[in-house]
Design a protein around this ligand. Sequence first.
Ligand code: SF4
Length: 322
Amino acid sequence: MSTTPLIEVKHLKKYFQEGKGLLKKKSHIVKAVDDVSFTINRGETFGLVGESGSGKSTIGRSILKLHDITSGEILYKGQNLHELRKDQMRGLRPHLQFVFQDPYSSLNPRIRVGDAIGEALLDHGIATKKEIRQKVIEVMELCGLSEYQIDRYPHEFSGGQRQRIGIARSMILNPDFIVADEPVSALDVSIQAQIINLFKKLQEEQEVTLLFISHDLSVVEHLCSKIGVLYLGSMMELGSRDHIYQNPLHPYTKALLSAVPIPDPLLRRERILLKGDIPDPSNPPSGCKFHTRCPFATEQCRIEVPQFREVEPNHYVACHLV
Ligand code: SF4
């Protein structure tokens, strides 16, 4: 069996130029993703966590080549996706799928959900019209929907059911890899749990590999075996679920974790409140990007960028104190 990771992200950088056009004089570069590396093995669920503006969605979109990258490499089964021609990429598209935060915005209100779920099969010429209906029914049932709902329109479904439709649309192509970008953040807590359980089932039964993006560490805890914590486009900590939940080392990870409720009322976690908001990514702080909010910041933190280094096997941290 191949030991090559399914997905390798190597020194990924994605910079955006803002303020173009008439205001070009005032244009500036936003380093949305700044030298991020990680790997995802086949069958693994990787959680990418950070506040809004940390660059998580940009990484997800870069991996699926939904936009160009500034530099670095994205390898899928060892192939550099950003070096492939359009026709080569089109051949890989069925294997690489995306689940949106708000599936309703990606559904045409005038198209029945069965047609919306099956349209990718037609687009890629994978099945005939006759075969599609049966495949759609199978994938709807796999995702917790029922056959009788196949001819209904998107507005007839609840938020949780629409997310199931979004997941069914990505699963119909039998993908190797799915990027799920905040797929539960718009849902009620009880519905969130159902959708997370659905992802877990798909991972276990269909062996689909997932990149699960969330701003909330409590959401990824029961789903992800590996977790990366991002801040202002840089990876602050990367490790197994046990590393992150049992032995978090970076002050930012500790602060995020302190907000996660513990089910046992006898156990308490001291809440770490961060000062202020995430800084403007077009003008990030010098040295350690987290120093403006870190309770442990020293003079060195203001000047020197901490190295992202392995502090124990497969556990990486970027902090001068670790
Ligand atoms: Fe805090 Fe300094 Fe570590 Fe950055 S390097 S997280 S500012 S202690």
